[in-house]
Design a protein around this ligand. Structure first.
Ligand SMILES: [Zn+2]
Length: 226
């Protein structure tokens, strides 16, 4: 099995499987043989993770290859519009003529930049509005809302109660956008992941565990159009 190793000041060896690749983190002076034996002992687990990962990659191949566009949990397909700007409905992503060549849609870098702009604009208004609604309804207050392009987080809330939501959230179902909003709003009163925090989340969003697993499952989308 091929894997990459990164060494750091840490106490134990850990294996990560992501996007079909195996990486190992190990303490600074661990013998290569020790690492190899450790990896070999985890072979069944690694193979299972690799299978899951390739399954996911297959499921998202139409999205990553620019044939479908995830939008609030749906997959939009491109369709030409006479308008000068990108817009969408429940089924289609309407694309201006300029992104077509001889009647065929071309998913160019220029197009992806335009679609990203469209998504960010929609994200700013939808997520901002929703955060405000949920916050007001449950009596949370936060100091500021902005979008983020983070690679590993769907949202964050800092010690000054500034909430940031990843603009790619609007690729996911609205129920998951709500979960992340609730999660970050709860951080305005509990700046940690203590029992109290989760208790609070559960009172507002009882099926939060299901949401967390769906977010994990859709995790690849956080890397889309980088
Ligand atoms: Zn959190």
């Amino acid at each position: 099995m091929e894997y990459s190793v990164s060494r750091s000041k840490r106490k134990s060896i850990t294996i990560y499987v992501k996007d079909g690749k195996i990486s190992v983190r190990a303490p600074l002076k661990t013998d290569f043989k020790v690492i190899d034996n450790f990896v070999a002992s985890k072979e069944i687990w690694i193979l299972r993770k690799l299978a899951e990962s390739s399954d996911r990659m297959k499921r998202y191949s139409d999205v990553f290859e620019g044939r479908e566009f995830p939008y609030f949990g749906k997959r939009l397909v491109p369709r030409v519009t006479d308008k000068k700007r990108i817009w969408s409905n429940d089924e289609y992503l309407f694309v201006p003529q300029e992104f077509y060549s001889n009647g065929v849609f071309v998913c160019s870098d220029l197009f992806l930049a335009a679609v990203k702009k469209y998504y960010m604009r929609e994200a700013k208004s939808y997520l901002g509005e929703r955060l405000k609604e949920i916050g007001e309804h449950y009596g949370f207050s936060y100091s500021n809302f902005s979008l983020t392009n983070a690679k590993s987080k769907w949202g964050s809330c800092d010690s000054a109660n500034r909430i940031r939501l990843n603009w790619r959230l609007i690729m996911l179902p609205k129920s998951l956008c709500d979960y992340v909003a609730v999660h970050e709003l709860m951080h305005t009163v509990e700046h940690n992941h203590s029992r109290n925090f989760w208790k609070g989340v559960a009172t507002i969003y009882p099926r939060y565990k299901e949401a967390i697993s769906c977010l994990k499952d859709a995790g690849m989308l956080i890397n889309l159009w980088r």
